[in-house]
Design a protein around this ligand. Sequence first.
Ligand SMILES: *[C@@H]1O[C@H](CO)[C@@H](O)[C@H](O)[C@H]1NC(C)=O
Ligand SMILES: *[C@@H]1O[C@H](CO)[C@@H](O)[C@H](O)[C@H]1NC(C)=O
Ligand SMILES: *[C@@H]1O[C@H](CO)[C@@H](O)[C@H](O)[C@H]1NC(C)=O
Length: 596
Amino acid sequence: MDMVLIQRNMLSLFTVFATLISLVISQGVLPDRNPTVRYPFSIDLDEGGAYLLRWGFNNTDIWFEVQVHTLGYVGFGISETGKMVPADVVVGFVANNQVYFRDYHTEAYSHPLSDSSQDWIIDYGYEENGWTVLGFHRRLDTCDTVGDRVITTDTLRLIYSYDAEDPADPDSLLHHDKRGSKPVALLTSSHPPRFFPDDSRVLDFKNDNYQVPENELTTFHCRVFDLTNVTQKYHIIKISPVLSEQTKNIVNHMVLYRCHMPDPSALLKTGDSFNCFTDAPDHVQFCREHVASFGEGKSDFYLPDDVGIPFGGPGESNVYILATHYENEEFLPGLVDNSGIQITFTSQLRPHDAAFLTMGNIISPNWAQFIPPGESNFLQKAYCSMRCLSWGFGGCSSPGASVPMTVVGVQFQTHSLGKAMKLRHLTYVAQNRAKENPWLANDKLHDGKQQNFRLLKNRQNVSCWDELLLECTYDSSRETRPIVGGWTHYDELCRAYVLYYPRKQIEGCMSWSNYDQMRNSRGEQVPGNDVFRTLVRTDWSTDATMRQNLKTSLDQSMENAQCWSSSPSKPVSYAVDFFRQPVITNKFSEPKTTTC
Ligand SMILES: *[C@@H]1O[C@H](CO)[C@@H](O)[C@H](O)[C@H]1NC(C)=O
Ligand SMILES: *[C@@H]1O[C@H](CO)[C@@H](O)[C@H](O)[C@H]1NC(C)=O
Ligand SMILES: *[C@@H]1O[C@H](CO)[C@@H](O)[C@H](O)[C@H]1NC(C)=O
């Protein structure tokens, strides 16, 4: 039986492995890594820079180039989980002046199966200076439901493999030297502008030899930057992480905040540094405008060509705080950190002043967010309420209120249990009734380790009377204890950073459940001050009633909201709201993506 199988595979490899293009050997040049019109996007799939993926796409097709530091064979594919099986894969190599390339899929840890419909198509291939370069393309939806995965706006797990040798026999395809996977949202990434303004400059907001505590698992370190000397207005057009080799594995998240208070530089001086939570001076509460951030897995972010984040100039507050979140899981001693965020800015102002709106569940000592263990699809909601939003517009009858917020992109943030994220956009049609507009962003395969920015394919306007609803879905099926909202790795987050223009006077818009409809396992209403004690005391391994009660309560309880606002010249002010969750009458349903 095995023999026959191998024989058949041998046959299939060498008879149907498509021989397509004659090879052009060129010597002495490294492959071009720079963005081009055809390949605006690129990412290193491995750590060492030996496997570069470049790509481009339109509404129907996607085209790739892989540049791999090997003269052997190269594998590339898409998998649901990041594992090699099951997956949609291609394998290609260059040998005897010819390019071999084939569309496979894997169903088991054995030889990949050749797709009966060959939908990934080779465009070119060559070897150069020790590198193998393959260019290929396919339809986003090939209609091959057996062999191929539809390429959507979700965060897909790209898998790669390569080997030092070309395959000598079919089985060697299994034994690749190197392999790995990376979550990438192929269709929502940002790419470098067509023209980088020639006056572009960079500025680093970096920690200065900060000694990361060895006795703390989680540390939030804050450092002040006073840039009141920047008297001209600029636009930030690119945001990049600056990582140091020593600390890159413990820097979990960095955010650059702008401070709004009457005379910030009198209170905060460049180089001031402190623990953001335990010894921050009082006026740090005025530093809440999210200007830039870096999250795990994130790479350079380019603002789209027509928008920039204002930086410097008259009327702009120009004191910043870099907050760095370290997770020193191994309690390593002697780590010195110089990482931070680099901005690229230009005086050639773009048409729109953009800003971020921070949304999500508030993190509070009352554990506003509570996820029971053993749930594979636990839904948590957070609103930017209608009243908060209209407050940010300056009131819906104010002169500026007719200008909507045009949403450009969204960054989602959870920790490791987050598995899907959706930002919904509602318009009230009557008291407590809202209709739904198309989703602003939807990631059915969210990965907490990949906090990249997602640009909207079609920008969408959010008006003064609208409401935003963020839905975070978690998988706690492997947990044994409840998870609460919080900043450390062992807590969870439900957040979105919404990039929009023109800038409004609202920076944050959060909500949390009031749990007023929470019932205990006997069906009795739980008094507000007893909700968390009840949740914590519940035996989640046996109490199915309480699981249902918690979900019902989250759906039916009132929501509390807090929003905050500041303008360049005014200190932060807050508003609170208490509201009934709207009934969504016309739910948006995703248009069928497949045309097959
Ligand atoms: C999309 O790209 C494919 C492949 O390059 C091309 O054949 C097709 O015409 C393009 N479609 C549009 C609308 O440009
Ligand atoms: C402003 O001051 C900072 C810190 O002293 C310095 O790095 C920066 O170059 C100055 N910027 C300008 C535009 O003068
Ligand atoms: C959004 O609103 C702006 C300003 O009113 C308008 O120019 C633009 O066309 C609108 N865009 C969409 C997608 O509706």
